[in-house]
Design a protein around this ligand. Structure first.
Ligand SMILES: Cc1cc2nc3c(=O)[nH]c(=O)nc-3n(C[C@H](O)[C@H](O)[C@H](O)COP(=O)(O)O)c2cc1C
Length: 294
């Protein structure tokens, strides 16, 4: 009898030799099993490494691109229930895969207050008319409205337009002058529509209107009186548009109407320039705003 593995002549009988061969085959199978297991585990490790590198790449791309989400706090240790299947069909839990990835932080941007934003502590209040106006014909944007917008653009201020509650003002110039004169003679207080913004959030308030018969239009006195408390303690800055009368004492009259406010130097702009020479008006507004101490 010869050993089937070594080929040597054996002293064992056939039954003993059969048992020995069986044992050696079992040992061989068991060794093969260990190798197979090792190889399988090695494959799993390699697979995990591949997944890790894929996850890392994906996270870096997402972080660098900064697309969509602004939340950079990715919880990389959050348990996942994913499984992978290796070449042998064995499922492996990847929940223990935990990586620490630093995603790039987006730089903090300095946000300039937009006109009309809730962050501004500056307000522009104005009254203005469309329709037929002196020297400019029929206009679809009032002269004072144009200046008010420029101030808002320059300062980031919010805006509030004083609009008559019942718009009884005529669209033709001569009729409008009559109505305005009558209101002045009556010391009227025409009502305005809408809700005035909460003035407590503003420290500085620009207030502008056209000069009507050498004075503020009477509806502006309604505004001053209705908001006397809200305007107290504020810095008020008057501006006018006109056709020759300049500021017409807007500053002194505003001080009298709002004695508890600080009134700064005002600006007077020709109405005609608002329609026909906006570059120079913008320059004047910018220069004036820059020189104000508010
Ligand atoms: C009723 C009325 C009265 C006016 N009174 C004067 C005045 O006394 N002095 C002056 O220079 N301009 C006067 N103007 C011209 C306006 O002040 C000027 O056209 C202004 O730019 C109009 O502004 P708005 O378009 O914002 O309403 C008067 C205009 C009207 C309609």
């Amino acid at each position: 009898m010869r050993d089937i593995i070594t080929g040597q002549k054996s002293s064992l009988n056939s039954s003993q030799a059969g048992n020995l061969i069986l044992k050696r085959v079992e040992v061989k199978i068991s060794e093969d099993e260990n190798v197979r297991r090792f190889l399988t585990e090695e494959m799993i490790v390699k697979r995990k490494m591949r997944i890790l590198s894929l996850v890392l790449t994906a996270l870096m791309v997402t972080g660098l691109g900064g697309c969509g989400s602004t939340d950079n706090s990715i919880d990389n240790t959050a348990p996942q229930n994913d499984t992978i299947t290796n070449d042998q069909g064995t499922e492996t839990d990847t929940s223990e895969v935990s990586i620490a990835v630093e995603t790039p932080q987006t730089e903090e941007e300095t946000v300039e207050p937009e006109p009309g934003s809730e962050n501004s502590d500056i307000l522009v209040v104005y009254f203005s008319r469309t329709g037929e106006q002196y020297t400019v014909g029929v206009i679809d944007k009032g002269n004072t409205a144009i200046v008010a917008e420029m101030i808002s653009e320059e300062t980031g201020a919010d805006m509030f337009e004083v609009i008559p509650e019942d718009d009884h003002y005529p669209m033709t110039y001569s009729e409008l002058t009559d109505v305005a004169k009558q209101e002045q003679n009556d010391n009227a207080r025409p009502a305005y529509a809408g809700e005035v913004p909460d003035l407590s959030q503003y420290s500085t308030i620009f207030i502008g209107a056209p000069v009507w018969w050498g004075d503020w239009p009477m509806i502006m006195y309604t505004f001053f009186e209705n908001n006397k408390e809200g305007l107290a303690g504020k810095t008020l800055i008057p501006f006018s548009t006109h056709e020759g009368s300049g500021l017409s004492g807007f500053d002194k009259k505003l001080s009298s109407a709002c004695p508890d406010a600080t009134v700064l130097d005002g600006l007077a702009i020709r109405g005609n320039d608002c329609q026909n020479d906006q570059d120079s008006v913008r320059e004047d507004v910018s220069e004036w705003v820059t020189g104000l101490d508010y």
